[in-house]
Write a protein that binds this ligand. Structure first.
Ligand code: BES
Ligand code: MN
Ligand code: ZN
Length: 502
């Protein structure tokens, strides 16, 4: 599927779903479950050498255990360059997406152009077949745009993926109708996070999103002048120390019934977070180019929603600003008036994400009267302390929406964990000189940040996802994650919208 971004990175171009058949070229992967039994068409590889595969498994002391594998080069009786026998553990716990990712990880640079995933004979659901392709695409993703001296052996050679399943027609439909476009959106989100701040700044970012009009989204860009008129001093204040102008970008998709109030997705898009005058330490600061991961999830999700023609009304809003220290930057102690009229004492200029979101949330609420709002943000380091890199923190004023997210989370493989909100926490951001302050002290840092946001959502059912530990790869050992940007959130949002609003 072509997208409207000029995608920089070379990526898998062709995905074909085929019925159980031997591959006639390239490389292939086949799952071997406990007990070492071969399924489907893969059984016929090496057949004329009377059990070449069985012999290889024996010689490799391999019995299908998860995490182990055996490679057979040039199996006789086939035109394959190589066959990967991938240990897949218990049949009942098989994860086709992980299988696709692991095989791609192993064979991405094999030198061959075609990779076949043998999943025939396993009677997988259409979704599982489609997700095998998704796993492979995620694992094939790299960000080599700025590498001019990439060693040849590190370049992805696989350009065609053949997924062999029992019912290719249904798997193809599941892929083209949902999983494929969602995966496109996720890879786009990765590109955005990986792009450095000298090329991706509020205006260049907004210009990229503007191109979405080609896929049927209405895109509106608000500059600082317009935002000032609307009273968005909290958002504009964050970018005032930067030479780059802040932007608010609104994407609209009307795929639902005319009368349906929209679902609003709101993203933090701090294209670089130095901390401002409350400057961050230098070590590791480079990763703060990814402080727009929440907005990237919204942008990728909107792209997916439009290309798969979702039957829902969805509005995506991203607040884009660069947080820099300079003579014009805001000072700790400054008091700003947000669009809501509420005043904020900016005690720490590094707690800038909530200032951006305060005005973006209020704008969403006032302009679109959404039936539900979700914001995504790389908001606090404290969420990493609480949940590490395994779950996004989920905060909500609605048990119903929180439960719907838990279901979507399980279905999308993007994990979330619900965190509390309460008046006792809210008290911690009261200020003696303004309506609130933007930090709540060391304790419960992610919760006080969420309490701050809640002061700008009114009665609208709302979910806040703190994705600081998820938007950027860290200690996770996941073959689907290969670069800093993970694209976290795109799948979750699409799953949730598909399950509840279409
Ligand atoms: N962008 C950071 C949060 C962050 C930290 C994202 C690590 C990704 C990885 C955010 O703007 C920030 O600086 N938060 C402060 C808040 C504090 C000053 C109350 C933090 O977490 O230290
Ligand atoms: Mn910050
Ligand atoms: Zn930040």
């Amino acid at each position: 599927m072509q997208d409207v971004f000029a995608f920089e990175t070379k990526r898998l171009v062709k995905i074909i779903f085929v019925a159980s058949e031997k591959a006639s070229a390239g490389v292939a992967g086949v799952p071997i479950f406990d007990g070492g039994k071969l399924f489907g068409a893969a059984k016929s590889y090496g057949s004329d050498s009377k059990g070449q595969l069985a012999a290889a498994m024996k010689a490799g002391h391999f019995c299908g255990e998860k995490g182990t594998s055996v490679s057979v080069y040039a199996p006789t009786g086939s035109k394959l360059a190589g066959l990967l026998l991938k240990g897949a553990g218990e049949r009942s716990k098989f994860d086709a997406e992980m299988f696709g990712a692991e095989v791609m990880q192993a064979l991405r640079v094999s030198g061959e152009k075609t990779l076949t995933l043998h999943l025939d004979g396993l009677k997988l659901s259409p979704d599982e077949g489609a997700r095998a392709a998704v796993g492979a695409r995620l694992a094939a993703y790299h960000f080599f745009k700025y590498r001019t001296k990439l060693p040849k052996r590190r370049e992805t050679t696989v350009t065609t993926l053949r997924v062999s399943v029992d019912d290719p027609r249904k798997a193809r439909a599941a892929y083209q109708g949902f999983h494929g476009p969602v995966c496109d959106g996720q890879l786009m989100a990765r590109d955005l996070v990986n792009e450095p701040a000298n090329t991706l700044y509020p205006k260049s970012y907004a210009a990229r999103i503007k191109k979405f009009e080609k896929i049927g989204l209405k895109v509106e860009i608000l500059g600082e002048k317009k935002m000032k008129e609307l009273g968005m001093d909290a958002l504009v204040g964050v970018g005032q120390g930067s030479r780059r102008e802040s932007q608010l970008v609104v994407m609209r998709w009307n795929g639902g019934k005319k009368a349906d109030q929209p679902v609003c997705l709101i993203g933090k898009g701090v294209t670089f977070d130095t901390g401002g005058i409350s400057l961050k330490p230098g070590a590791g600061m480079w990763d703060m180019k990814g402080d727009m991961g929440g907005s990237a999830a919204v942008v990728g999700a909107m792209h997916a929603i439009a290309t798969r023609k979702a039957k829902a009304n969805v509005v995506g809003i991203v607040g884009l600003a660069e947080n820099m220290p300079d003579g014009n930057a805001q000072n700790p102690g400054d008091i700003v008036t947000s669009m809501s009229g509420q005043t904020i004492e900016v005690q720490n200029t590094d707690a800038e994400g909530r200032l951006v979101l305060a005005d973006a949330l209020w704008y969403a609420k006032e302009n679109f009267k959404p039936q539900v709002m979700v914001d995504l943000a790389t908001l606090t380091g404290a969420i990493l302390v609480a949940l590490g890199h395994e779950h996004a923190g989920l905060f909500s004023n609605s048990d119903k929406v929180a439960d719907a997210f838990a279901t979507a989370s399980a279905g999308s493989t993007e994990k979330t964990w619900r965190m509390p909100l309460a008046a006792e926490y809210d008290r911690l951001i009261d200020s003696p000189v303004a309506d609130m302050k933007n930090i709540g002290g060391r304790a419960a840092g992610s919760i006080t940040a969420a309490q701050f946001l809640q002061r700008f959502v009114g009665e609208i059912p709302w979910v806040h996802l703190d994705i600081a530990g998820m938007a950027m790869k860290n200690t996770r050992l996941d073959p689907r994650e290969t670069t800093l940007g993970t694209g976290f959130g795109v799948r979750l949002l699409n799953q949730w919208i598909a399950e509840n609003y279409e």
